[in-house]
Design a protein around this ligand. Structure first.
Ligand code: DGL
Length: 272
């Protein structure tokens, strides 16, 4: 595939999905957009997050991406499926893959899901899991994204917060990390819930779905990644260390350019 795959998140969390995608599609180029000037999305109103997602999708479309992966549960919950009608390329989110990962992992049918306030309040996971015949316990963990963005994933604070958020989980056997930042907290979460609970995230199944759609696995390759970040580049590079660091060029992006992409697309549509 000659055009890059576009992928975005509010911050570094989507790099967990990028990693899984690159493992399956090493020959593909990727454009990753981390909207670090506006992180976190999880506490913002749904309409605002939907607007951010549209602007980013339009910006990526202008970069001539072949498809877009919304590597953010909050944006997936707020903006999908409508976002798919706003651009001319295929769009995938991470929530259906997360549900599928849990469905494959659970034996007892009792599943937990943790995510941002926006994701949990949307009820998208709960509805999807119940429709799959599973019992659901859901909990918002608003402080988790800050821990990851601040490089505190392995701190005592992370341990205290994980105990606090997870205390009502009951006898689940599977826990969905329903925010792409949370795989970074997997060691502390696993310590708290114990070895009997399987932790699953969307990354692998999302990569599986995208890979099948764009033409299957390739054994090797030299695909490149270009990162655009709306916040500071050094801070992004530093935070990304917890996910194995950033490979490829990192380009600072004035957040107003995203808003401009939105204005020009809206104006063109109005003129049609
Ligand atoms: N990583 C994101 C998610 O999956 C967003 C976290 C945030 O910005 O609050 O929901």
């Amino acid at each position: 595939m000659s055009r890059p795959i576009g992928i975005f998140d509010s911050g570094v969390g989507g790099l967990t999905v990028l990693k899984a995608l690159r493992a399956r599609l090493p020959h593909c180029d990727f454009v990753y957009l981390g909207d670090t000037a506006r992180v976190p999305y999880g506490r913002k109103p749904k309409e605002m997050v939907r607007g951010f997602a549209s602007e980013i999708a339009w910006f990526l479309e202008q970069l001539d991406v072949a498809c877009i992966v919304v590597a953010c549960n909050t944006a997936s919950a707020c903006a999908l499926p409508g976002l798919a009608d706003e651009v001319s390329v295929p769009v995938w989110g991470v929530i259906e893959p997360g549900i599928e990962a849990a469905r494959r992992a659970t034996i007892t049918g009792r599943v937990g899901v943790i995510g941002t306030k926006g994701t949990i309040a949307s009820g998208v996971y709960q509805r999807g899991l119940q429709a799959a015949g599973l019992e659901v316990w859901a909990q918002a963990c608003p402080m988790f994204v800050h821990l990851v963005e601040e490089g505190l994933a392995d701190s005592e604070d992370a341990d205290v917060l994980a105990r606090h958020y997870l205390k009502g989980r009951g006898d689940i056997d599977t826990l969905i990390l329903g925010c792409t930042h949370y795989p970074v907290l997997a060691p502390v979460i696993q310590r708290v819930v114990g070895g009997g609970v399987k932790l699953v995230s969307s990354a692998e199944v999302t990569a599986e779905v995208v890979c099948a759609a764009v033409g299957g696995d390739a054994p090797d390759g030299q695909g490149r990644v270009t990162h655009y970040v709306t916040g500071g580049v050094p801070a992004y590079q530093h935070t990304a260390e917890v996910i194995g660091g950033v490979e490829g060029k990192v380009i600072p992006l004035d957040v107003n350019r995203l808003a401009d992409a939105g204005v020009s697309v809206r104006a063109n549509r109005a003129a049609i």
